[in-house]
Write a protein that binds this ligand. Structure first.
Ligand SMILES: [Zn+2]
Length: 339
């Protein structure tokens, strides 16, 4: 029998069991004297359970996650919540104002964790975020997208050595999982130090809403919450697709400057030596093939045909069981085709 949830004390206020509240965590003022805060929604369930945080836009131009958080907060299934959901749709508020990945001092907030009270602007925001928000959670999902002009196939990045995080990664329910060791200064790193498993969802492109990426994200959050017993088990019609772990991944780079013509899509399988696209000048006549250095699956790509030599064109993941990955990725793509 599930235990009744307690009222929780958070940010100096009480959130009663079965209710939700909005908090504005102050991070200072702009030089225009405008107060700046991080908006946070705390949803406290009627029954007891874990505390999960979902956060988005640590990179201020990565918007899909903001919409994922908004849809989760209005989802009808959230009424059955057990435990507490802390939703932070816009972490890097200053970056979002400028439609930029970075902070106004050009630092990357996701390289500033855990930060310090007396550090740089990013270090101070990171420190505040850890102290005020991350510290109150047991698990977290960090939502990201590709960079400007680059798309990512929906995928989870996780440090698989962290077994609890690896379980969450599998539960999210996307076919592609990339083992990504902890990066210095990242939110995942701060979580690791505090014993809070964090997974990163990457999907779509910066500065855009990608409907498929958003739907997969909402479904993934729901799957993780079900796995954590924060939602009742679902009687799903369709079994969840298995997840495959990339052995490694690397970008194929432009062998020349020019206009890149690529026929491949995210999720396509390529073989070693296959021509992935052609780079040519505006007047034609050079037709330089871009050749795949190994067999893999396209997990990220550039959407911009203007390329300089050395620029990243296609991100390929290496997989042990590539036949199975291809089949599952094809089914997954069909499910979200045309949304
Ligand atoms: Zn990002």
């Amino acid at each position: 029998m599930a235990r009744r949830q307690q009222d929780i004390e958070i940010f100096g206020e009480t959130v009663a069991a079965g209710s939700q509240r909005t908090f504005n965590i102050p991070i200072g003022q702009l030089y225009t004297h405008t107060d700046i805060h991080i908006p946070v929604q705390v949803v406290n369930g009627k029954t007891s359970g874990p505390v999960l945080m979902i956060c988005a836009a640590i990179h201020g131009d990565e918007l899909n996650g903001i919409e994922v958080v908004r849809r989760v907060l209005k989802a009808p299934w959230l009424k059955n919540l057990r435990g507490t959901l802390i939703a932070v749709p816009m972490v890097n508020v200053l970056g979002i104002i400028h439609r930029s990945r970075y902070l106004p001092d050009r630092r990357d907030l996701n390289r500033c964790f855990p930060g310090s009270e007396k550090g740089s602007l990013g270090g101070r925001i990171a420190n505040l975020f850890v102290e005020e928000i991350l510290n109150k959670c047991q698990y977290a999902i960090d939502l990201h997208t590709g960079a400007i002009n680059r798309s990512n196939m929906p995928q989870i990045r996780v440090h698989l050595e962290n077994e609890e995080a690896a379980e969450l990664a599998k539960a999210f329910g996307v076919p592609l999982v990339i083992d990504a060791p902890i990066r210095d200064g990242s939110l995942r790193g701060a979580g690791d130090d505090l014993g809070i498993p964090i997974i990163t969802y990457e999907a779509g492109e910066a500065l855009r809403f990608d409907e498929a990426a958003i739907r997969v994200g909402v479904k993934g959050v729901r799957n993780v919450m079900t796995q954590l017993n924060m939602l009742p088990p679902r009687r799903t019609k369709r079994p969840q697709p298995p997840s495959f772990i990339a052995k490694s991944s690397s970008w194929v780079r432009a062998p020349a400057d020019g206009l890149f013509r690529c026929k491949l899509q995210l999720g396509d399988r390529v073989s070693r030596g296959e021509v992935l696209g052609i780079i040519d000048g505006p007047l034609g006549g050079s037709e330089i093939p871009v050749v795949s250095p190994f067999a893999g699956i396209v997990i990220g790509n550039t959407n911009l045909p203007l390329v300089n030599e050395g620029e990243a064109l296609l991100h390929l993941g290496r997989f042990e069981d590539i036949d199975d990955v291809e089949t599952v990725v094809d089914e997954f793509r069909q499910e979200f085709d045309g949304v």
